[in-house]
Ligand binder design. Structure first.
Ligand code: CO8
Length: 262
């Protein structure tokens, strides 16, 4: 299925979403958020798709943030600051709660809402040429679509504060050092490493992947006791799956498992 501002390509069990506004460094306007919402809804229901990849079109950017020109032009009936926060947060939440693991494949600028888009994914693989940062402070705003909260939880309060308040951009090596990205590769290895990670997870039980995400999301969103209960429930669903039976049987029989996703 194709959309106005993004592309969706399915290759076997892997769906790749390409942010497709290269002339605007793939900036996120209202239509991008609407297209992403619809695209993700479709993928979440598609049992054939086991892994999702998000990448940027062109060779300059993953996503250079929210569309500043659109925000600058907005007046009158345009969304208010709080409406933008709710709408943006919803899309980032949608990504974190996808049943499939989502890989961000980051080739260039991942700024503002674009860095946040990457952070909403489960695995972040970046080229050594990628650039990160929250430059919002220079525009008189801040990454108020969940961007302070998620950064704080992912890399800790000290570095999150510095990134939000200085607005300074930083390179992929620094992002790796901060734990903001999980895999760092040379530019010409990005596609291969992304495909390798996608194929690896596509071979696992979709039930186990989904329930692992449920437990990790609970840990991020709930207090300790509630997260423990959520993990117990997720593990119970996982343990009751046919995939769990198949995975353990395959180990005992010294063969590869055939996970069906139930
Ligand atoms: N929005 C709109 N257009 C953009 C954006 C953007 N975020 N980034 C780049 N573009 C456009 C440029 O305007 C330019 O278009 P044109 O050719 O028509 O002038 C084109 O993309 C190429 O960009 P540049 O010519 O600027 O390329 P440079 O190599 O000189 O610079 C940079 C690259 C450093 C990435 C520069 O483009 C830049 O600083 N971009 C803005 C980065 C930024 O500030 N991002 C944060 C945006 S705010 C945000 O994300 C808020 C999220 C939370 C609240 C959101 C509510 C929805």
């Amino acid at each position: 299925m194709q959309f106005e501002t993004i592309l969706q390509d399915n290759d076997g069990p892997v769906a790749t979403i390409t942010m497709n506004r290269p002339d605007a460094l793939n900036a996120l306007n209202g239509q991008v958020f609407r297209d992403l919402t619809d695209c993700l809804l479709g993928i979440a229901k598609d049992r054939e798709i086991r892994v999702v990849v998000i990448k940027g079109a062109g060779d300059r950017a993953f996503v250079a943030g929210a569309d500043i020109k659109e925000m600058a032009a907005s007046e009158g009936a345009a969304p208010t600051g709080s409406e933008r926060s709710y709408f943006g947060m919803h899309v980032y939440d949608q990504i974190r709660h996808m049943p499939q693991p989502v890989i961000a494949s980051i080739n260039g600028y991942a700024l503002g809402g674009g860095m946040l888009l990457a952070m909403a994914c489960d695995v972040r693989v970046a080229a050594d040429s990628a650039t990160f940062g929250y430059p919002e402070i220079k525009l008189g705003i801040f990454p108020g679509t969940g961007g302070t909260i998620l950064l704080d939880r992912l890399i800790g309060p000290a570095n999150a504060r510095s990134i939000c308040l200085t607005g300074e951009l930083f390179d992929a090596a620094r992002a790796y050092q901060l734990g903001l990205i999980t895999h760092l590769v040379a530019r010409d290895e990005l596609a291969g490493e992304t495909a390798r990670l996608a194929a690896l997870m596509a071979g696992y039980s979709p039930v186990a992947l989904r329930e692992t995400k449920n437990a990790l999301n609970a840990s991020m969103e709930m207090d300790f006791e509630a997260a423990r209960e959520a993990e117990i429930a997720a593990h119970a669903r996982c343990f009751a799956s046919n995939d769990r039976v198949e995975g353990m049987k395959a180990f005992v029989e010294k063969r590869s498992p055939r996970f069906r996703g139930d």
